[in-house]
Design a protein around this ligand. Structure first.
Ligand code: AMP
Length: 211
């Protein structure tokens, strides 16, 4: 059983690296942002409570996040482990999580703010299947169209300059301190996120001693 958290500033490549680990080691990839976006697309009751907060790049209140995570983790649908992406994002969430679960490692992807800003503004998402694209590194074969399902590629409503600035500030004020907490527990493995995705994945596997 492998239980990991993947952390790093928005746009550092967490989603890409988590997806590769999931594929290779049969892990369940749990992304809170993805669960929230699914709710917004499906116009659920929850969507009404989180839509504006997300569009502004603010953090969703802890009680909502904790409820969603409790329900998701209670599904126990992993045989080989899980990788959490986008959670925990502050100290109360970290404490909530550690009350019930332990983890094997926290993967930290290091990328400077100015690099992520350029990347985030180039980010696109398939509105149908949710696949991520980036106009800098992973362009679709046909402009504006998903290679896999033919869906339309859209920009996330929170991938604009103001919302990104707000998310970066939140990361440095609220999320970075919990990395120190995990460092004290000697759980953190840090990789240089400015390298190519294949190299980053290789660095992660090496540090986690995965075959
Ligand atoms: P992400 O896909 O991880 O960039 O998350 C997108 C947005 O979802 C964030 O900007 C927040 O508004 C919300 N969100 C995701 N995860 C959390 C979390 N752990 N705590 C609070 N808000 C979150």
């Amino acid at each position: 059983m492998r239980k990991y958290i993947i952390m790093g500033v928005q746009g550092c490549g967490k989603g890409t690296q988590a997806a590769r680990l999931k594929e290779a080691y049969d892990l369940v990839h749990i992304s809170v942002g993805h669960i929230f976006r699914w709710n917004i697309q499906a116009h659920t009751k929850l969507a009404a409570r989180i839509k504006r907060i997300m569009a502004e790049g603010q953090l969703v209140p802890d009680e909502i996040v904790e409820e969603i995570m409790r329900r998701r983790l209670d599904e126990h649908d992993w045989n080989y482990g899980f990788i959490l992406d986008g959670f925990p994002r502050n100290r109360p969430q970290a404490e909530f999580f550690l009350e019930t679960y332990d983890i094997d490692a926290v993967i930290l992807i290091d990328v400077p703010d100015k690099v992520v800003l350029q990347r985030i503004l180039a980010r696109r998402l398939c509105e149908k299947c949710g696949l991520d694209y980036n106009l800098m590194f992973h362009r679709p074969a046909k402009d504006g169209t998903c290679d896999v399902c033919g869906g339309k590629l859209i920009t996330r409503s929170d991938d604009n300059q103001e919302a990104v600035a707000s998310r970066l500030q939140d990361y440095h004020e609220k999320t970075a301190p919990i990395i120190d907490l995990f460092k004290k527990k000697e759980l953190v493995v840090a990789v240089d996120g400015t390298k190519k995705p294949d190299q980053i994945q290789a660095d992660i596997r090496k540090q986690l001693k995965l075959l």
